[in-house]
Design a protein around this ligand. Structure first.
Ligand code: ADP
Ligand code: MG
Length: 341
């Protein structure tokens, strides 16, 4: 690929400082993704301009006019602190006719909403947990016969924000309490889902129309006693010491028979297409003891720092980190041209 001018879009607090040059720098914890992607782009020979964003689109327009980037590398996850605004930002890039990496606005919108996405998937006969939404500021009696145990989550948040052991509820009182907590703390709607017991698998997909499913990752709870809830709570996701203490591990899925792996891959491709995702994405699912697949959610633009599940899957598939980043760039162009990958 020829040398490109790449406008890297990041949150304003995550512009990697110029003197950040070592992966061992303690500041790296905060800037990991931005640093890794920027270094990969430079190593690939591209020119990079990082644009920090908060609640103003003007810097994007200015950079487009003055620097004429070929493509935007989109690492933005919210606009003005609201994670549901990410698709407006991508819509702006679309309207500026600038190619960008990752998911298109419709895919972002459809996948973000944990209720809307499940409605679409179940229409296409893809198994999802039964669920019910509890909107903020409205009293809602339970109208659907959801069975306990359930898990209560934020309808729109990501990264396991608002998910702890207490999100697993076994009776009406616990359900009410947890819904109230989501409303108060997250200031948004809550969703209660039937809790699905089983292995937790993460499946990364690359592509726009032609899709490549990468080797499957798993969150393994080897030491959690049978019958206890196994969930990627906020602590599990973000606290390495906690994982170590409880024997919880992110690893490649072991002992997954080929036929089952293929079935999982097929379902995940259907999820990706149904939710109109593009670029790269990760489908999170549960596999029950009797071999049933339940899709938990689909994540457009999942984490792509060097140590993230999607990256490790790409490397296992034979790519170097730089090749993975280059693939993502190329897919951004192809989506814009409407061509095959
Ligand atoms: N219906 C469910 N059954 C069992 N576990 C669930 C269910 N929903 C969520 N979880 C657990 O909680 C984690 C986070 O839920 P998820 O819907 O993926 O939210 P987020 O967008 O914050 O990642 C999942 O990875 C899984 O471990
Ligand atoms: Mg998730």
């Amino acid at each position: 690929m020829k040398t490109l001018r790449v406008m890297m879009l990041v949150h304003t607090t995550l512009v990697p400082p110029d003197d950040l040059t070592s992966a061992k720098d303690p500041r790296m914890e905060k800037y990991r993704t931005e640093y890794d992607v920027k270094q990969a782009l430079l190593k690939l020979g591209h020119e990079v301009q990082v644009v920090g964003m908060y609640d103003d689109l003007a810097p994007i327009r200015k950079t487009i006019e003055e620097w004429k980037p070929h493509i935007a590398f989109n690492l933005i996850e919210d606009f003005a602190g609201n994670s549901a605004f990410d698709y407006y930002l991508v819509s702006f890039l679309e309207m500026m006719h600038l190619p960008y990496t990752g998911c298109n606005p419709r895919g972002l919108l459809l996948a973000r909403d944990k209720a809307l996405s499940k409605k679409l998937l179940s229409y296409h006969h893809i198994n999802v947990p039964d669920f019910m939404v509890f909107p903020m500021g409205r009293v809602r009696k339970r109208t659907r016969a959801l069975r306990y145990p359930m898990i209560v989550k934020s309808l729109m948040e990501e990264g396991s924000v608002g998910i702890s052991q207490a999100s697993y509820v076994e009776n009406e009182e616990q359900l009410r309490d947890r819904i109230a907590l989501i409303h108060e703390r997250i200031h948004g709607d809550a969703i209660a889902e039937q809790y699905i017991d089983g292995r937790e698998l993460y499946v990364t997909i690359l592509g726009n129309t032609q899709l490549q499913v990468l080797p499957i990752r798993e969150l393994s709870f080897a030491k959690t006693a049978e019958g206890l809830p196994r969930m990627a709570t906020y602590k599990v996701k973000w606290d390495e010491n906690y994982r170590e203490r409880w024997g919880i591990n992110y690893q490649f899925a072991k002992d997954l028979p080929d036929a089952l792996g293929e079935r999982v891959a097929k379902v995940c491709k259907r999820v990706y297409r149904t939710l109109e995702m593009s670029g790269y994405g990760r489908v999170d699912l549960r596999l029950t003891a009797d071999g049933k697949i339940y899709v938990l959610e689909a994540n457009p633009n999942p984490g792509i720092a060097r140590d993230e599940d999607s990256t490790l899957s790409a490397i296992k598939a034979g790519m170097s980190y730089e090749e993975f980043i280059e693939r993502i760039l190329r897919l951004g162009f192809r989506a814009h041209e409407g061509a095959e990958t």
